[in-house]
Design a protein around this ligand. Structure first.
Ligand SMILES: NC(=O)c1ccc[n+]([C@@H]2O[C@H](COP(=O)([O-])OP(=O)(O)OC[C@H]3O[C@@H](n4cnc5c(N)ncnc54)[C@H](O)[C@@H]3O)[C@@H](O)[C@H]2O)c1
Ligand SMILES: C[N+](C)(C)CC=O
Length: 490
């Protein structure tokens, strides 16, 4: 059983308090590792190291192509160690190893993408309206970045922050979820191997309320980038106001999946299953809210129930496992509470709604794929993020009603439209207030395209060119090419 340490100023170390935490496999509750548990003191030490490294300027003044080469090298090392990383992720999060392998491929691509664009922005000369002058707009690193990530896509969400922050010349302190630190620790070892200098990238492991809160509050941090739940996001936003930190928030969603009657039936049903039950529904963009045109509603429900009841839950390492467990006992309790709320609100439970009975699954945090019909927009089970394998189904007639229902939420992360009428698809997509809209598909995301939410799903964007720009400040440099006194004061 491996022990994981903090990484501060280029040194692997224990917490000053010597506190540690057990890391649990959610499939069987076995302890798979221990980790040093940082508190505020360790976070402060890490912030001081990142501050010093930024102010000394070695990394920000390294030519952008050289920084990019180091970031790309991290991507290549992730490809080299793909299988080890995928296995760690499955142990730690319970997701199937096939999903973890796909995550590692995405993560390597994220480092290669940001490594590749690190030296592509040469600034912009703008036509100055003032004679005898020149005007240039350049982008510079923001400074010291605090980065906080969740447990559902542990390394993937970390990579969306680490790669652009490094490529843009910042220094950083990462705090992964205390539940799932293993792959992030391993990638810090790869970052060291790739040549990221001491002090530039620091890692603190520990609870959000201590180490995480310090990153959000500390006035030596210039930018805080957070991925997680909306309530934590509100606390981070408030804390960030202390010194007007730059702020990036990637929060939750309650993502509508609209299926029109003219959709290809097999594709729509197959994708609706994938939309909500992938990774046991623990996906920010899960299609947990299905809107089905009335004429095909009953056929869709019948097919979904059949498929949900055939889903094989189990050990993420077994080839026939379709879905692993929920992350923790506490999280399963939350999902169970929501199912009770749904029943009390009058939604009709048509399958699931309990823990599985299989002997093999009793030590893990499993929950059966669950479907509610007869749902209405005013129900909490329809409006709030359950973050588990729970699907609500509503009926609609026509695009106007579908759009009105889909937009009737505080969230605006993602949504999908299934129809064979491309005009209707594009018109509907244009009317949805969401950061990502998929047409005849669900879930794709990749390094080149921006990701983030409208409304209360977040602030800012990760990935794509915008994801790099988030880690920069914009500076206008104006030069008087014929300087002479202005004579205003005589
Ligand atoms: N929009 C996206 O791209 C995206 C991606 C993945 C997950 N999510 C969201 O993440 C949530 C699930 O993750 P979670 O349960 O780990 O979320 P969470 O908010 O409980 O925790 C996320 C991180 O914040 C830390 N934290 C907790 N309290 C803190 C505080 N007061 N100050 C600073 N840090 C604190 C935690 O330790 C963890 O590292 C869901 O709502 C999901 O939708 C969003
Ligand atoms: C952003 N994504 C879809 C990879 C993970 C959300 O939880």
């Amino acid at each position: 059983m491996a022990h994981q340490q903090l990484y501060i100023d280029g040194v692997w170390q224990e917490a000053q308090s010597k506190e540690t935490r057990e890391i649990i496999n959610p499939y069987n509750q076995e302890v798979i590792a221990t980790a040093a548990e940082a508190g505020r003191e360790e976070a402060k030490t890490a912030i001081a190291a990142a501050r010093r490294a930024f102010d000394e300027g070695t990394w920000k003044n390294t030519p952008a192509n050289e920084r990019g080469e180091i970031v790309s090298e991290i991507g290549r090392l992730i490809r080299r160690d793909r299988e080890e990383l995928a296995q760690l992720e499955t142990w730690d999060s319970g997701k199937t190893v096939e999903e973890s392998r796909a995550d590692m491929d995405d993560i390597a691509n994220v480092f290669l993408y940001f490594g590749g664009i690190a030296d592509k922005d040469g600034g912009e000369v703008i036509p100055s309206p003032i004679p005898d002058s020149e005007s240039k707009v350049v982008r510079e690193p923001v400074g010291v970045c605090g980065q906080i990530t969740p447990w559902n896509y542990p390394l993937l969400q970390a990579s969306w922050k680490l790669a652009p922050a490094l490529a843009a010349g910042n220094t950083l302190i990462m705090k992964p979820s205390e539940i799932t630190p293993l792959t992030t620790v391993k990638v810090f070892k790869l970052m060291e191997e790739a040549g990221v200098p001491a002090g530039v990238a620091n890692l603190v492991l520990g609870k959000g309320a201590d180490a995480g809160a310090e990153l959000a509050e500390n006035t030596d941090v210039d930018l805080i980038s957070f991925t997680g739940g909306i309530e934590t996001g509100k606390k981070i936003m408030q804390a960030a106001s202390v010194n007007m930190k730059n702020l990036a928030l990637e929060l939750g969603g309650k993502n509508p999946n609209i299926v029109f009657a003219d959709a290809d039936f097999e594709t729509a049903v197959d994708q609706a299953m994938n939309a909500v039950f992938f990774h046991a529904g623990q996906v920010c963009s899960a299609g947990a809210r299905l809107l089905v045109e009335e004429s095909i509603h009953d056929a869709v429900v019948e097919e979904l129930v059949k498929r949900a009841e055939n889903m094989k839950l189990g050990d993420g390492f077994k080839e026939d496992t379709m879905s692993g467990p929920l992350i923790s006992a506490e999280h399963r309790d939350k999902v169970e509470k929501y199912v009770e709320i749904g029943k009390e609100e009058g939604a009709k439970l048509v399958t699931g709604g309990s823990r599985p009975a299989d002997a093999e699954l009793q030590n893990g945090f499993f929950y059966l794929p669950t479907i509610f019909t007869e749902c209405t927009s005013d129900m909490r089970i329809v409006q709030e993020e359950v973050f588990g394998p729970v699907l609500t189904i509503e009926k609609f007639n026509g695009a106007d009603e579908a759009v009105e229902k889909a937009n009737d939420t505080i969230y605006g992360l993602a949504g999908a439209v299934f129809t064979q009428d491309i005009g209707k698809a594009q018109d509907t997509a244009a009317r949805l207030r969401m950061g990502t809209v998929w047409i005849n598909d669900f879930h794709p995301y990749f390094a080149q395209a921006p990701w983030g939410g409208y409304k209360q799903s977040g602030i800012g964007r990760e990935l794509g060119k915008t994801g790099l720009e988030e880690y920069t400040e914009v500076k206008h440099v104006y030069r008087n090419t014929n300087p002479e006194p202005v004579g205003w004061f005589g």
